[in-house]
Design a protein around this ligand. Structure first.
Ligand code: SAH
Length: 248
């Protein structure tokens, strides 16, 4: 079981697989006023940076589940590196339908809401692992500016304009689902660069080392067209943020 290999290549050097920086992740952890000993579940935990750094900085206990074998291995290594391997547990697996035995204080899905079939389904799934009065974290894209055409939306690698909402609409949608938005930390264009531009050097290095790989042409095409596509479309039009929600 694994995610498509292309992501394991282009994001192999990322610690955070989202348009967030280390600083923004720390800001989010501080904003949640986590108490030492708080328990956090993370569906689609990637390379584990959120749980590992929050365990180190805020004393939380964490469980992460992720379908990428590589990212899960990296998460375990990171836990050892930060001296928190006894506080965090990373499972390699499909998080679809995953519910934890002992309820948690914070249940998160940061940039992987397809796991629950969209935002509403993911909130419903996370709720099943959450203690009464706990916090749900949802990381999700939104339009910074509405793309004037469907082609521009596709340039952002969205399937259509309707795939994402504007920020006020996204915030309102949480209310319609019965949740208060109690905190948020948003990406900005510089933190988007840390996610997108970091792929370019990784791809370039990988191409040097793997010129005959079956994915070499696809990676070469992404490296050739990616930077201009990104600054023309994604960087201008797509926002991203993590929203902290509590049941009304
Ligand atoms: N939350 C992490 C990773 C976000 S990227 C971070 O912010 O760094 C999306 C992640 O979802 C990837 O790590 C990918 O491997 C994982 N993923 C995709 N489908 C999944 C599934 N069905 N179950 C568990 N993880 C999944």
């Amino acid at each position: 079981m694994d995610i498509p290999r292309i992501f394991n290549i282009t994001e192999s050097a990322h610690r955070i697989h989202n348009p967030f920086t280390t600083e923004k992740l720390a800001t989010l952890g501080a904003a949640l006023r986590l108490k030492p000993g708080a328990r956090v579940l993370d569906l689609g935990s990637g390379s584990g940076e959120m749980l590992c750094t929050w365990a180190r900085d805020y004393g939380i206990f964490g469980t992460g589940i992720d379908m990428s074998k590589l990212f899960t291995e990296q998460a375990k290594l990171r836990a050892k590196e930060l001296g928190v391997a006894d506080r965090v547990n990373f499972i390699h697996g499909d998080a679809t339908g995953y519910v934890i035995d002992e309820k948690v204080d914070v249940a998160a899905c940061v940039g992987a809401t397809w796991i629950g079939g969209g935002v509403a389904g993911t909130i419903e799934l996370l709720t099943r692992s959450l203690r009464v009065g706990g916090i749900i974290l949802i990381g999700e894209p939104y339009w910074r500016k509405l793309p004037p055409t469907e082609d521009i939306a596709k340039g952002c690698l969205a399937t259509s304009i309707s795939e994402f909402l504007l920020l006020p609409e996204l915030i309102a949608s949480f209310g319609h689902l019965g949740y208060d938005v109690v905190e948020m930390v948003l990406a900005d264009q510089d933190s988007w660069d840390r996610y997108e531009a970091a792929k370019w050097l990784t791809m370039r290095n990988w191409l040097e080392a793997n010129p005959d790989d079956e994915l070499a042409k696809e990676i070469r095409d992404q490296l050739t067209s990616g930077p201009e596509r990104y600054v023309t479309y994604t960087r201008e039009y797509l926002g991203w943020g993590v929203f902290a929600l509590m049941r009304q």
